[in-house]
Design a protein around this ligand. Structure first.
Ligand code: SF4
Ligand code: SF4
Length: 168
């Protein structure tokens, strides 16, 4: 079992499960810090049946990344509702589950791409993020990163978000 500082490769394993059975169910959806990629936005605006400009205006906020200077688009939360995601239902479920953003799908992993200065080749790794509030690490079976990518429908998001085509 890897700890939170461990970088994982596709065939490394970790134990995790998220469902209504866990005591922390939807805690993460009520404390939002959700960046969106262009493909996330495309999936969500299609899901809602609205044009991109309306989606961006109604559901997102934008700022400039302090380190990169690049534009960052985030899901807009409501301070009065304690950073609640606009897509979590009163029962705690995700109303856009089939089109949820890539970071929602990928958690508790985060995808990391690095490019070699010497060869220009891109390497892909995953970081296991063990947040204290998340009890999912005490549930479920051990699976490999490759199995998690397949079970969560992440491959198409990775292909659209980055330059590595995964064979899973
Ligand atoms: S999009 Fe869905 S899974 Fe992601 S934070 Fe919102 S309610 Fe939770
Ligand atoms: S197990 Fe983790 S990801 Fe799942 S609801 Fe709880 S805090 Fe969120």
């Amino acid at each position: 079992m890897a700890d939170q500082t461990t970088l994982l490769l596709l065939d490394d394993s970790f134990r995790f499960s998220c469902s209504e059975a866990v005591l922390c169910f939807n805690k993460c959806c009520l404390d939002l810090n959700q960046f969106l990629t262009p493909y996330d936005i495309l999936r969500l605006k299609n899901r809602l049946g609205i044009p991109s400009d309306l989606f961006l205006k109604k559901y997102t906020s934008a700022h400039t990344g302090p380190g990169s200077g690049l534009p960052i688009i985030s899901l807009k939360f409501d301070y009065a509702l304690q950073y609640k995601c606009p897509f979590v239902t009163p029962s705690g479920c995700c109303s856009v589950y089939e089109d949820r953003p890539s970071s929602c799908r990928t958690y508790p992993l985060a995808r990391i791409l690095t490019r070699s200065r010497e060869t220009g080749n891109i390497a892909e790794q995953y970081m296991l993020l063990k947040e204290p509030r998340c009890l999912g690490f005490n549930y479920g079976q051990t699976q490999t990163v490759r199995e998690w990518i397949e079970s969560q429908g992440i491959a198409v998001y990775n292909e659209m978000n980055g330059s590595v085509k995964l064979i899973v």
